[in-house]
Design a protein around this ligand. Structure first.
Ligand code: ASP
Length: 347
């Protein structure tokens, strides 16, 4: 009898443990989070009045194409690094955005391109600034992360590295578009008319002269985060001006323990307030959620300082948040099991 009781008790305990175990697995699975991707195509004075139906449809279609490409990689078990690079490259090739083809012009009438990439598992990063002849600056940024001992390469040196790595070179004119050229003429006229033409363009021009930077953040099935950003910077930029986009911590950040961020907006402010890293640090050290951290920086710190722009964020569980303090931000997201969401304006 005693023997039987022990047996029953053991069985009950075993069943209980097994049930608890199953619950734990469920809870654990839930805790594991979801794979997810978010992208942006720049923030700024983007209102319904500024875009006709055809332009709106074109932007939405390209955002949809980019997010779908990244999502397919994640759904297939691919890495967040591959997903963000694929999404950004689709936007780099499109004349709609201020990155590679469609990049804004410098004061001298050229294109100087900046890009950066970071992975959240190792905190390894790569960036290029002021490159002029590389078809895909984001691919070069990743190459810097993977194949060089440095984090950031610039100008001629970055192109020497690209040549050594067998990268394809293109003529700077390949990035030309008529609408960006017109923006340069408008910007120069505005600056020259002003009382202080020596001021940097960014002090004089409103946000319509710079929006269109592209970026992507993702969390893959393994729980690894990655972020990528690529831009032509600001119209009429001079003196080798570099914005936040290639600066790790300012325009791009990824850390598996908190979140991945890609930024767009008035770069000088994003550099000074190290926006991307600040959002993730808040999550990590204040233990706040992605919405609280993102809103505090974009609608609090940045706005109070006079900085305009926005970010896309995916956290370590696959939650996505895309705050911006401008009229609009081209953006899209898709979380495992959900539908693609594409949006441009505030509402
Ligand atoms: N952040 C970019 C820069 O300042 C521009 C942009 O995102 O619109 O170069």
């Amino acid at each position: 009898m005693k023997h039987l009781t022990v047996k029953i008790t053991t069985l009950a305990a075993f069943t209980m443990l097994a049930t608890l175990g199953a619950q734990n697995v469920q809870a654990h699975d839930h805790d594991q989070g979801k794979f997810a991707i978010a992208i942006h195509g720049g923030a700024g004075t983007i209102t319904r009045a500024n875009l006709n139906d055809e332009q709106e449809a074109a932007y939405k279609a390209k955002l949809d194409e980019a997010i779908s490409a990244g999502y397919a990689i994640l759904a297939d078990g691919g890495s967040s690094s591959d997903a963000v690079i694929a999404a950004v490259q689709i936007m780099e090739k499109s004349p709609l955005f201020n990155a590679a083809k469609g990049a804004v012009y410098t004061w001298e009438g050229e294109h100087e391109l900046d890009a950066s990439f970071m992975r959240g598992d190792t905190l390894e990063a790569g960036a290029v600034a002021g490159v002029k002849r590389i078809a895909s600056p984001i691919a070069l940024a990743r190459e810097v992360q993977e194949k060089s001992v440095h984090v950031m390469l610039s100008g001629v040196g970055a192109e020497q590295f690209a040549e050594q790595q067998g990268f394809e070179f293109v003529d700077n004119k390949m990035f030309d578009t008529d609408h960006r050229y017109q923006q340069l003429q408008d910007a120069k006229a505005k600056i020259m008319e002003s009382e202080q033409p020596e001021q940097q363009a960014w002090q004089q021009l409103d946000t319509k002269y710079k929006y269109g930077t592209v970026g992507a953040v993702a969390r893959d099935k393994q729980g690894n985060l990655a972020a990528a950003t690529s831009t032509g910077g600001m119209t009429a930029k001079r003196y080798g001006r570099i914005g936040d986009s290639p600066i790790i911590g300012a325009g791009t950040w990824a850390d598996n323990e908190s979140c991945a961020v890609s930024a767009t907006g008035h770069g000088e402010y994003f550099i000074r307030y190290h926006v991307a890293a600040d959002i993730c640090s808040r999550m990590k050290y204040q233990q706040v959620d992605v919405k609280t951290a993102g809103d505090a920086v974009i609608h609090g710190v940045l706005k109070d300082a006079g900085g305009t722009g926005g970010v896309i964020i995916v956290d370590h569980k696959g939650n996505v948040h895309m705050p911006f303090n401008t009229e609009g931000m081209y953006r899209a997201s898709r979380v495992e099991g959900g539908e693609t969401e594409v949006a441009i304006y505030q509402d």
